[in-house]
Design a protein around this ligand. Structure first.
Ligand code: NDP
Ligand code: 2IT
Length: 450
C-alpha cells in the first residue's frame, strides 16, 4: 500500500475505533484502490480519500411508537447520506436489532461504489433502525413505520435521497412509509421511495431484481472461467428477498438448490428446495424455516449453534450464495468451503465474507462474486423505478428484466477489464472496488473541494 493510503487508513482506524464494520469496509476498499491512488497524485493534493471516508451527513433520531399493549417503545433511527457526487443518495433501510451507526456507515459506504458500478446516476446512502420486526403485529409495524417517517421525511426527496428496502424492510413496510410521507407532504412524489407496490408506482421485477441480478453476474463470471450453473449443487444462506429470487433464477439456469436458512438454522432437501413453500412460509406467513418440514418431512433441519459456523455452510456444494447478513463466512467457514470443493461464492448479502475469508478463498482459486458488483441488481432496478416514476410510465416485466440483465453483464465486463488492467487475475473483489471508485473519484474531482 502507498504511504498516502496508509495514512488515511490509520486515521480512519483511530477516529472510528469503535465502528468495526465500518473499518472493515474501508480497509477492503482502500487496500484495493491503493495502486490507482498511487498513479494519481492529484488525489492526495485534494485530500480525496479523507473526503471519501467521511459521510456528507449522518442523521440520527428518536422513533417513539406505541405497542399493542399501549406501552411506549423508543427506537433509534438513522440515515447516512455518505456521498452524493453522482446522484441523489440512494440505498435501503434496514430494520434489525443489530443496527447501529457502524453498520449504517459500512452499508452506506459500500453503496457508493455499488451504485457507481450500475452506471446509473445514484449516490450512496443507507438508513434504518434497531427496531426488531420479528413477532410484531401488522399494526405495530405500521405505527413504527409512521413514526420513523415523521422524522425521515425532512431529510429525503426524489432529488435528494431515495430510500428502499433491506433486511426487515420489504413491500409492506415501504407501503406504510410511502403512505405517511404522502400524508405529511400532501404531494404525490412517487420517486421518493423505491420497492413500492405495483399499484402505486412500483416497478415490475424490483422484488426479483437483487436475486436475479446475482445469478446474472454469476453466469457471466462462471462463463468467463469456462464454467456454468447447470447441475451445480447450490446452497443459500438466508431465505429472505434476495435468497428466494436468487434460488428461483439459479434453478432456471439448471442449478440444484438443496439448502436455505434463516438465523435459527437451515433446511436441507436433497431433491431440491420447494420454493413455492419457502415463499409461502417467508413472504406470506412470516414463519421460521423449520416449518418447511411440515410439508416436507423427508427434508432435514439443522439448528445453528451460537459461535459456530452456520449449518448451511457445512453442506457440500459447488456454488454457495450468502444472502443473509454481514460476516456470515469467516476464515474457518472459508476453509470448510475449500475442503468441500466449492467452485464459486456469490455475495447476495452486503459484506458477507470477512477479509481473511476473502483472501483465503481467492488464494484457493474459488471464484468470488463480490457484493458491490454481484448484488447491485437491486439498486439498479430501484434506479429504473425512479426513471419510470419521472416518466409517469411503466415498463413490462420483460423490459425491466432485460435492462437488469444488461446492467449485470456490463458490471461483470467492467470487473473483468479492470482485473486485466491491474493484473488482478480472479480477484474481482479488488477490480469491483477499483471500477466503482474510479467513477466516484472522477466525479468528486470535477466538483471541487466540497
Ligand atoms: P430479508 O429481511 O428479506 O432476509 C434476510 C434473511 O437473512 C432472513 O432469512 C434472515 O433470517 C437471514 N439472516 C440470518 N442471519 C441474520 C442476521 N444476523 N441478521 C439479519 N438477517 C439474518 O433481507 P434481504 O433478503 O433483503 O437482505 C439480505 C441481504 O442482502 C442483506 O445483507 C442486505 O443488505 C443485502 N441486499 C439486499 C438487497 C435488496 O434489494 N433487498 C439489495 C442488495 C443487498 P431471520 O428471518 O431469521 O432473521
Ligand atoms: O443493499 C442494497 O443495495 C439495497 N438494499 C437496495 C437499495 C436500493 O435503493 O434499492
Amino acid at each position: 500500500m502507498n504511504r498516502y493510503t496508509e495514512k488515511v487508513l490509520a486515521s480512519v482506524h483511530e477516529k472510528n475505533s469503535h465502528e468495526k464494520e465500518f473499518i472493515q469496509a474501508v480497509d477492503e476498499v482502500l487496500k484495493s484502490i491503493a495502486p490507482m491512488v498511487e498513479k494519481n497524485p492529484n488525489f492526495e493534493a485534494t485530500s480525496l480519500l479523507e473526503r471519501l471516508v467521511e459521510p456528507e451527513r449522518i442523521i440520527s433520531f428518536r422513533v417513539p411508537w406505541v405497542d399493542d399493549n399501549g406501552k411506549v417503545q423508543v427506537n433509534r433511527g438513522f440515515r447516512v447520506q455518505f456521498n452524493g457526487a453522482i446522484g441523489p443518495y440512494k440505498g435501503g433501510l434496514r430494520f434489525h436489532p443489530s443496527v447501529n451507526q457502524s453498520i449504517m456507515k459500512f452499508l452506506a459506504f459500500e453503496q457508493i461504489f455499488k451504485n457507481a458500478l450500475t452506471g446509473l446516476p445514484i449516490g450512496g446512502g443507507k438508513g434504518g433502525s434497531d427496531f426488531d420486526p420479528k413477532g410484531k403485529s401488522d399494526n405495530e409495524i405500521m405505527r413504527f413505520c409512521q413514526s420513523f417517517m415523521n422524522e425521515l421525511q425532512r431529510h429525503i426527496g426524489h432529488n435528494l435521497d431515495v430510500p428502499a428496502g433491506d433486511i426487515g424492510v420489504g413491500g409492506r413496510e415501504i407501503g406504510y412509509l410511502f403512505g405517511q410521507y404522502r400524508k405529511i407532504k400532501n404531494q404525490y412524489e412517487a420517486g421518493v421511495l423505491t420497492g413500492k407496490g405495483l399499484e402505486y408506482g412500483g416497478s415490475l421485477a424490483r422484488k426479483e431484481a437483487t436475486g436475479f441480478g446475482l445469478i446474472y453476474f454469476m453466469r457471466e463470471m462462471l462463463e468467463a472461467n469456462n464454467l456454468n450453473l447447470k447441475d451445480k449443487i447450490t446452497t443459500i444462506s438466508g431465505s429472505g428477498n434476495v435468497a428466494i429470487y436468487a434460488a428461483q433464477k439459479a434453478v432456471e439456469y439448471g442449478a440444484k438448490v438443496v439448502a436455505m436458512s434463516d438465523s435459527n438454522g437451515c433446511i436441507y432437501d436433497e431433491n431440491g428446495i420447494d420454493l413455492d413453500e419457502i415463499k409461502r412460509l417467508k413472504e406470506v406467513e412470516r414463519l421460521r424455516i423449520k416449518e418447511y418440514l411440515t410439508k416436507h418431512p423427508n427434508a432435514k433441519y439443522m439448528e445453528n449453534i451460537k459461535g459456530e459456523t452456520p449449518k448451511v455452510y457445512t453442506i457440500k456444494a459447488d456454488i454457495v450464495l450468502p444472502c443473509a447478513t454481514q460476516n456470515d463466512i469467516n476464515l474457518e467457514t472459508a476453509k470448510l468451503l475449500v475442503e468441500n470443493g466449492t467452485i464459486a461464492v456469490g455475495e447476495g448479502a452486503n459484506m458477507p465474507t470477512t477479509i481473511e475469508a476473502i483472501d483465503y478463498l481467492i488464494e484457493h482459486k474459488v471464484l468470488l462474486a463480490p457484493a458491490k458488483a454481484a448484488n447491485a441488481g437491486g439498486v439498479a432496478t430501484s434506479a429504473l423505478e425512479m426513471s419510470q416514476n419521472s416518466m409517469r410510465y411503466s415498463w413490462s416485466f420483460e423490459e425491466v428484466d432485460e435492462k437488469l440483465n444488461e446492467i449485470m453483464t456490463n458490471i461483470f465486463k467492467a470487473c473483468k477489464e479492470t482485473s486485466k488492467e491491474y493484473n488482478l487475475g480472479i480477484n474481482y473483489v479488488a477490480s469491483a472496488n477499483i471500477a466503482g471508485f474510479k467513477k466516484v473519484a472522477h466525479a468528486m474531482m470535477a466538483q471541487g473541494i466540497i
